[in-house]
Design a protein around this ligand. Structure first.
Ligand SMILES: Nc1ncnc2c1ncn2[C@@H]1O[C@H](COP(=O)(O)OP(=O)(O)O)[C@@H](O)[C@H]1O
Ligand SMILES: [Mg+2]
Length: 278
C-alpha cells in the first residue's frame, strides 16, 4: 500500500478504488478509533463537507478506518501556492468552520465530554482551578459542534474547489469559540509535523502570522466574541500543553503563568450571574 499521509495519530494509505485507509498507531485504543468512526459517520450524513466513511478494519495488531479518498490539495499546501489569494481562502476556511459549528447536534449519534476530561486531568491547574473552568464550560455551552482540530492540514480543497474536512477524532459539543480559539492558536503557534510538506517553509512563521491575522478579521465581529474568545483561548491552551509537543511547551507555560489569575477571575461566574453571561 502506498503511504499518502501522516499525522499524529495515524498513517494514511491508498486503498482500493478511490478510498484511503487511515491506519492508527498501535498505541491508540480500538475505542478511540471507533469514536472517530462513529463521529465521522454521523457528521457525513448531515453534510458533504466530510469524506464518506466506510469500514473499520484490523491489520495485524493495528486498526484503521476506510474513508473516501479526497482528490485535491491540503489547504496548507494550497495556501502556500496561492498566497496572493490568502485572504479569500481564509474567508472560506472560516465560513466552513461556521457551517460545522451550526450542524444540528441531534444528528450526531456519538460525542463525549472530551474537553472536560482534558481539563480534569490538566497538569497546569489545581483542583479548585479545574472546578472553576469546568463550571465555566457548563455556563457557556451552546450545543455547537466543535471539530476540535480545525486547521489547514485537516482541510482539503478538492477538484471542484470544495472544502472537505477530515480528522474528526477530537469533535466535541460546546461553545463555538472553543473551536475558533483552537484554530487561532494552531495557526499562530502550532507546530506542524513536517515543515517541508505541510505548511511549507515559505509561509512557516511569517505566513502563520499573516494567516492568523486574516482569520482574526473573519471571526472578530462574531456575536459573543468579546466575552468568550479569551477565556476559551486560555482553556484551549491549557489542554494543548498536555498534548506534549515539546516546541510549544515553554511558550504555553509562560502564557499560562502570565494570564491564569485574570482568566480564572473572568471565568468565576457566581450562582445567579450565569444567566447574564450567556
Ligand atoms: N480521506 C482522505 N483523502 C486523502 N488524504 C487523506 C484523507 N485522510 C487523511 N489524509 C491524509 O493523511 C494525513 C493524516 O490524516 P489525519 O486524519 O489528519 O490523521 P491524524 O489524526 O493523525 O492527524 C492528512 O493530513 C492527509 O494528508
Ligand atoms: Mg490531522
Amino acid at each position: 500500500m502506498k503511504k499518502i499521509g501522516i499525522g499524529r495519530t495515524a498513517e494514511v494509505y491508498d486503498y482500493e478504488d478511490d478510498k484511503v485507509l487511515k491506519l492508527f498507531y498501535s498505541a491508540f485504543s480500538v475505542k478511540t478509533i471507533e469514536d472517530e468512526y462513529l463521529i465521522a459517520k454521523g457528521i457525513s450524513t448531515t453534510t458533504s463537507l466530510v469524506p464518506r466513511v466506510y469500514d473499520i478494519v484490523h491489520i495485524k495488531n493495528r486498526t484503521g478506518i476506510v474513508y473516501e479518498k479526497i482528490k485535491g490539495k491540503m489547504l496548507s499546501d494550497y495556501l502556500s501556492g496561492n498566497i496572493i489569494n490568502a485572504r479569500r481562502i481564509i474567508r472560506k476556511f472560516a465560513q466552513t468552520q461556521k457551517r460545522i459549528n451550526n450542524i444540528n447536534v441531534k444528528a450526531i449519534p456519538n460525542y463525549t465530554g472530551k474537553l472536560r476530561q482534558r481539563i480534569s486531568s490538566s497538569c497546569l491547574l489545581s483542583d479548585p482551578e479545574k472546578k472553576t473552568v469546568l463550571k465555566y464550560l457548563s455556563t457557556i455551552n451552546n450545543n455547537e459542534i466543535c471539530h476540535g482540530d480545525y486547521h489547514p492540514e485537516n482541510v482539503f480543497v478538492d477538484q471542484n474547489h470544495d472544502f472537505k474536512v477530515i480528522d474528526w477524532a477530537n469533535m466535541f459539543v460546546s461553545n463555538k469559540y472553543l473551536d475558533i480559539a483552537r484554530t487561532y492558536y494552531l495557526i499562530k503557534s502550532g507546530r506542524s509535523l513536517n515543515g517541508k510538506t505541510k505548511l511549507g517553509s515559505l509561509i512557516e512563521w511569517f505566513g502563520r502570522q499573516i494567516i492568523a491575522k486574516f482569520y482574526w478579521e473573519e471571526v472578530k465581529a462574531g456575536k459573543g466574541r468579546k466575552e468568550y474568545f479569551l477565556p476559551c483561548l486560555f482553556i484551549i491552551i491549557i489542554t494543548r500543553y498536555d498534548e506534549k509537543i515539546e516546541q510549544e511547551k515553554k511558550g504555553i507555560y509562560n502564557y499560562v503563568k502570565k494570564n491564569k489569575e485574570e482568566m480564572l477571575k473572568a471565568m468565576d461566574v457566581r450562582e445567579g450571574e450565569s444567566d447574564n453571561a450567556v
